[in-house]
Structure formats: C-alpha cells, structure tokens
Design a binder for this molecule. Structure first.
Ligand code: SF4
Length: 384
C-alpha cells in the first residue's frame, strides 16, 4: 500500500443517554434506554470508527487522533468498566492511545461522580472532566428538571478536587428562572454560585446564559436583565484570574480546551455517534482535499445505518471560519483563509483582524461576490 498522509484529527463522540430530561435541553439524547441498547450503540460507534479509518485509507489518509471529547447526552451514565473497554476498542480501530493524548475529556453529571468512577476514568486514560454543575441552588435545579441537588454538586466537586489529577471544567448557568409567580435568579444568588464554584478552583469554567422555550410557566428574567447578570458574572471571573478566551469559556493560564479551540480554527474533526457532526478532508473527483461535513441523525435511524454527508463550499467554509473566529479572543486568522483561497481572498482577508462590525459587513459582502468561488488549494489540515 502506498504511504498514507497523516491528518491530525479531533475526535468527538456523542453518547446519547441521559437518566432524565432537563427542561431546557435541546441536545440529541434518549432517556428510555436499556443496558442492551447502550451496548449496541457503543458497538455501532466502534464500527463507525472502523469505517472512518477505511474511508480515510481509501483517500490515502491516516487519521492521527490528537484530542478526544466524549459528550452527549450524559456519557457518565455509561458504567466506567464498559466505558474503558469501549475506549480500548476505539483505540484499536483508530490507532491511538487515550492516555497519550494531550486532552481526552469526559462530560459528567454530578450524581455520577463517585470515588470509584473518578479512579476508573483516570485509569481509562481520560485526563479532563467537564462537570455539569449549573447551580448550587436545589430549588432552581429542580425547576430545571435536574435530578441532583446542591449537596450532590458539592460532593462531586469535592471528589474531583481531592482525587482527580487531570484538568477539569465546570458548566454554570446564569439567568435562572423562578417558580411560577416567584423570583428569578438575582445577582446575589449568582454571586453565591460563583463563590461556591471558585472555592474549588476549577481550571476552566463554561458560563452559559439560560434560554427557556416560550410558554413555560416559570418566571423568567427579561433579556436585558439576564444579559446584565451574565456580564457581571463574566467580570467576576476575569477579576478572579480567568481569561475570557471564547464566548462562553473562561480558563486559568494553561487550561484552555485544546479540543474546542480546534473547532474555532476549523481543524478537521470527526463526529461519531448519533447526532454527531464532523468536518473532515476527503478527496474530490479531481483528487483535491476538500472539507466534507458529516451529520448523523438521532439514535434509531443512526443505528439503522443512516448517515448524511455533503461538501462544504469555499464561501461557506470561509464564513464559518470568520464566525467561529469572532467567538474567540484570538479572532480570525486571515493567513489561514489566505491559505485556503490563495490570492483570490487574500486582499479581502487583510482587514479582518480589526474584528469590527464594519469588517464583518464588508466580509459578508465580499463573500456574496465569491459565490461559486473555489478553493485555491487543498484544505490546509496541518495544525499550527
Ligand atoms: S443531562 Fe445534559 S444532555 Fe441530558 S437532558 Fe440534561 S442537560 Fe440535556
């Protein structure tokens, strides 16, 4: 076999199982599942990984997994021993070692964090946890449909602080509703949440402003008030030494998420599992490497073998790069667009580093003019 070109890859796994349905969640997940369905799903993810390796080889490519992110759903509901054996099979399918990756993240819910689970996750080679704390307020957790309470969140954080040697993130929500006719979250409530979380010294915090569907009976904040809450929380984190590096993400030095930053740079990533999305290089009919977008359907169609994929056009890819760049403190990297489009877009890119609204408008106008424009060269898949 001719030698394969090595392609650095972020690997995202979507494990779609939750123990319950949170009222605010729009992710793809199932709550009605059996151990047999879970095993069948994990087997299908391994088969999808094997197919990914084979399709890469058919294009003369060898995937070099650089980061792993296991999301969902609630992947921490997978029993740790089953998760470890699943990861082992995945490693064989794609030729990597979880323990050797600079970043291998597992999303976890606080009620699944036990001393045994923490040790088993570390033994499986995972080195980063992302914990869905949301708030320490038991009443508001119940309003959100979460089946953990404030003490459970504290217990999980204590275990992570005391037993977990890797890096970790905590998700926190702002703009929480109150009961029907009651009081929504106030700044003093959010300030208490922030203080409680900061006492555990997480390296990374994701701060999301909650949006609920219209029609809920819960008492919600108006949008401007919710925005003010989020902004005060942002300033609190900055004052506490966190860098605001992505629209909802804050990190202490050295704790940015390597995997998530790859999305911002449009580095190739594979999404395996139901509901997962990925963007990978494939060879087109002329033999050039172009971005191919995969979009998996929900669990049951996916288990029945349904898969979707399409080429991403040059202007669409440029727009994605620009919009994701705007979400980060690093901004857009005009040189990266110029690599894609050569001189055609280079002059249009030169002004982008100002990051202004004017630049965005100008860029969008240029993109309209680029309709039908082609990539000037292969997708530059090397990581910087
Ligand atoms: S546990 Fe997470 S994925 Fe599952 S319903 Fe709640 S927020 Fe959504």
């Amino acid at each position: 076999m001719p030698s394969l070109r090595s392609i650095p890859l972020g690997l995202y796994l979507h494990l779609p199982f939750c123990a319950y349905r949170c009222h605010y969640c729009s992710y793809s997940f199932e709550t009605d599942w059996s151990p047999a369905l879970m095993t069948r799903t994990l087997n299908a993810v391994v088969a999808e990984a094997e197919a990914l390796r084979a399709s890469g080889e058919a294009d003369g490519l060898s995937w070099q997994v650089c980061t792993l992110y296991i999301g969902g759903g609630t992947p921490s509901v997978v029993p740790p021993r089953l998760l470890a054996s699943f990861l082992h099979r995945l490693e064989r399918a794609l030729g990597f070692q979880t323990a050797n990756l600079p970043e291998a993240t597992l999303e976890a819910n606080p009620e699944n964090v036990t001393a045994e689970a923490v040790k088993a996750w570390a033994a499986a080679g995972l080195n980063r946890l992302s914990l869905g704390v949301q708030t320490f307020d038991t009443q508001r957790l119940a309003l959100l449909g979460r089946q953990c309470d404030g003490p459970t969140n504290h217990q999980a954080l204590t275990l992570i602080r005391d037993l977990w040697k890797g890096r970790w993130n905590a998700d926190l929500l702002t703009g929480l509703p109150g009961p029907p006719g009651g009081t929504p979250q106030r700044w003093i409530d959010l300030r208490d949440d922030l203080k409680a979380l900061l006492d555990y010294e997480p390296g990374h915090i994701s701060l999301y402003s909650l949006t609920l569907e219209d029609g809920t009976e819960l008492t919600q904040l108006t949008e401007p008030v919710a925005d003010q809450l989020w902004l005060r929380a942002r300033q609190t984190l900055i004052d506490a030494g966190y860098e605001w590096y992505e629209i909802s993400n804050f990190a202490r030095p050295g704790h940015r998420s390597v995997h998530n930053q790859g999305y911002g740079r449009l580095d190739p990533w594979a999404g395996l599992g139901p509901g997962a999305e990925g963007t990978l290089p494939r060879r087109n009919a002329q033999g050039h490497l172009r971005p191919w977008r995969t979009r998996n359907p929900r669990l049951f169609p996916w288990l029945n073998g349904q898969r979707q994929g399409e080429w991403v056009s040059a202007p669409e890819f440029a727009l994605e790069h620009y919009l994701t760049g705007w979400r980060t403190s690093d901004g857009v990297v005009p040189g990266r667009l110029a690599l894609l489009f050569g001189k055609t877009l280079k002059k249009e890119c030169d002004f982008l580093d100002s990051g202004s609204r004017l630049a965005l408008n100008r860029f969008l106008t240029q993109l309209e003019g680029l309709e039908g424009a082609e990539f000037q060269r292969d997708w530059p898949v090397e990581r910087e």
